[in-house]
Write a protein that binds this ligand. Structure first.
Ligand code: ADP
Ligand code: ADP
Length: 226
């Protein structure tokens, strides 16, 4: 079934047309990557899906529920998790406390189990009592992933999650994260300007140019298009 449906959406910043009649869908468990040069509208599109930007036309549905269009659902009710490029971990909280932020509605005991499970998922068992500055960049980004996954969102949105990391680490981490998402059948949409990363991670690649979606297809089809 379709997990994300973006239907003919437009977004303006005053008179500037940042997203132009964009449509695409992601099936449950698929990973989509949005590619394109700086300023083409990737982040704006992601923020519109997250609910941080109002769209001027079209509609967005997550798990067959309309979240933008005739009806607007606020960001915290859209069942999304987000990972940004700068980790955005709380420096004065431990790894466990950072992750707990995503699930503070659970009872203490359930919380503990859930945190252990998430630490295991991102292969950081035993690092839970460390502070962010004691971890490497790759480890910090995996904590950010665990925190985003903690409330069990239906859709994970990632904005340039690897851009602060060096080239070797980017490759390892993108492979690791793809495996985590695939093992748990998590649907994700990731913004990147790195073509190799998009082609290695994605089930669907979207090519944006000046706010227009030029192509939305499998990496193979996009790559071999004449
Ligand atoms: P990308 O993520 O592909 O680099 P963005 O979505 O950040 O692109 O930006 C798309 C376009 O919208 C750019 O031309 C940018 O300058 C413009 N833009 C982004 N945010 C705002 C804003 N808050 N106000 C006005 N223009 C903006
Ligand atoms: P990863 O590949 O997952 O990012 P690394 O192999 O770089 O992990 O790091 C492994 C170990 O080195 C960890 O125990 C981590 O705490 C420590 N470490 C790595 N980078 C730093 C750093 N910049 N500051 C403190 N500790 C670090």
């Amino acid at each position: 079934p379709e997990l994300l449906k973006v239907n003919e959406i437009d977004k303006f910043y005053d008179n500037f047309h940042a997203v132009k009649n964009v449509s695409f869908t992601l099936e449950q468990g698929e990973i989509g990557c949005l590619l394109g040069p700086s300023g083409c509208g990737k982040t704006t599109l992601l923020r519109s899906i997250a609910g941080f930007e109002d769209i001027a036309a079209g509609s967005i549905s997550i798990a067959e529920r309309q979240v933008a269009g005739n009806k607007t659902v606020p960001p915290e009710k859209r069942s999304i998790g987000m990972v940004f490029q700068d980790y955005a971990l709380f420096p004065h909280l431990t790894v466990k406390e950072n992750i707990a932020f995503g699930i503070d509605s659970l009872l203490k005991k359930e919380q503990g189990n859930r945190i252990e499970e998430l630490l295991q998922t991102v292969e950081l068992l035993g690092e839970g009592d460390k502070y962010p500055h004691e971890l490497s960049g790759g480890q910090q980004q995996r904590v950010a992933l665990a925190r985003a996954l903690a409330p069990e969102p239906k859709l994970l949105l990632m904005d340039e999650p690897f851009s602060n990391l060096d080239v070797a680490l980017r490759e390892t981490l993108s492979t690791e994260i793809r495996k985590i998402l695939k093992d748990r059948s998590i649907t994700a949409l990731m913004v990147t300007h790195n073509q190799n990363e998009a082609f290695a991670m994605a089930d669907k690649v979207g090519i944006l140019s000046s706010g227009t979606m030029q192509q939305w297809d499998t990496p193979h089809a996009v790559y071999h298009r004449p």
